[in-house]
Design a protein around this ligand. Structure first.
Ligand SMILES: O=C(O)CCC(=O)C(=O)O
Ligand SMILES: [Fe+2]
Length: 310
């Protein structure tokens, strides 16, 4: 039995920003994960997104495959992806759907794919509202993260990370029954997220686990329980690089729970031209930068290539 992790809870609406920033710092150093409450996204909108997601995933496979993932937007079927490329697993027991950034100029085509309106009339508007709202929560959160690193509130805006960020909403569906297999089947195999921060909404069905020490030979997995209405926030690899590993991009996975499970992950990643390089406050002569500077877009492309092989 995995132990249950008691993660810190951060209140986004608290007027005491310095104290929130201090909790975030502690949480990101210790766990790379925390809960975010009073974030302003209404329960009613969250419930609608879960409902629309359930409707989409219950369509016949043939319909879903008409929206198969292109340019990292659209549908990925069951067992088509292995988040842990080193595992011999048959692929993860999940299906997913990506909605990419919404902004586009009039002469640039938006690459998002949407289910036909006659089949799912309120799908697009619901996903767009949710995408917008969570992105705005993410911006507020990043100003607290900047404070937690002793930077100016608007640091991530100033360096261009939040100017047309690479923000991807990923709807996830883990079926209750998994394929019979010789290998171990995961809902989502062990991975860390690639970007700045992820804001995850879960439906109350258990399964999410984290491993705080990825270098330990025998990995120890701890359960992350659902808290109603809270986002589970985690730090991604690019934030880990910015902070020279002060903030941890923690390994996590989803175990099949014998019950159907839905979740929504929102990956808030920097603008593709933003250069991610060690923050001055996170290195010194005796603790030099561990990673060279990289362009966010190139880094993401390479990580996606390793996961999807494209
Ligand atoms: O479904 C979950 O709870 C986690 C999903 C996740 O870790 C991911 O999509 O990166
Ligand atoms: Fe993840």
């Amino acid at each position: 039995m995995a132990t249950v992790l008691k993660l810190p809870i951060v209140d986004l609406s608290s007027p005491d920003r310095l104290s929130s920033a201090a909790s975030i710092r502690q949480a990101c150093i210790e766990y790379g994960f925390f809960y975010l409450v009073n974030h302003g996204v209404k329960e009613e909108l969250l419930a609608r997104v879960f409902e629309e997601s359930r409707k989409f995933f219950s369509l016949p496979l043939e319909e879903k495959m008409k929206l198969a993932r292109k340019e990292h937007r659209g549908y990925t079927p069951l067992y088509a992806e292995t988040l842990d490329p080193s595992s011999n697993s048959e692929g993860d027991s999940k299906e997913s759907y990506y909605v990419g950034p919404l902004e586009y100029s009039s002469h640039q085509k938006n690459l998002n794919q949407w289910p036909p309106e006659d089949m799912m009339p309120s799908w697009k508007s619901t996903m767009e509202s949710y995408h917008r709202e969570v992105e705005s929560v993410g911006r507020k959160l990043l100003s607290l993260i900047a404070l937690s690193l002793n930077l100016e509130n608007d640091f991530f805006e100033e360096i261009g990370a939040l100017n047309k960020p690479s923000s991807f909403l990923r709807l996830l569906h883990y079926p209750g029954e998994v394929m019979i297999s010789k290998e171990e089947i995961y809902g989502a195999s062990a991975h860390s997220d690639y970007g700045m921060v992820t804001l995850l909404a879960t439906d109350g069905v258990p399964g999410l686990q984290v491993c705080r020490d990825k270098d330990k030979h025998q990995r120890c997995w701890e359960d992350v329980p659902h808290i109603s209405g809270a986002f589970i926030v985690n730090i991604g690899d690019m934030m880990e690089r910015w902070t020279n590993c002060l903030f941890r991009s923690t390994l996590h996975r989803v175990m099949p729970a014998g019950q159907e499970r839905f979740s929504m992950a929102f990956f808030l990643d920097p603008n593709e031209d933003c250069v991610v390089e060690c923050l001055k406050s996170c290195c010194s002569d005796s603790f030099p930068p561990r990673f060279p500077p990289i362009r966010s877009g190139e880094y993401l492309k390479e990580r996606l290539r390793l996961t999807y092989g494209v």
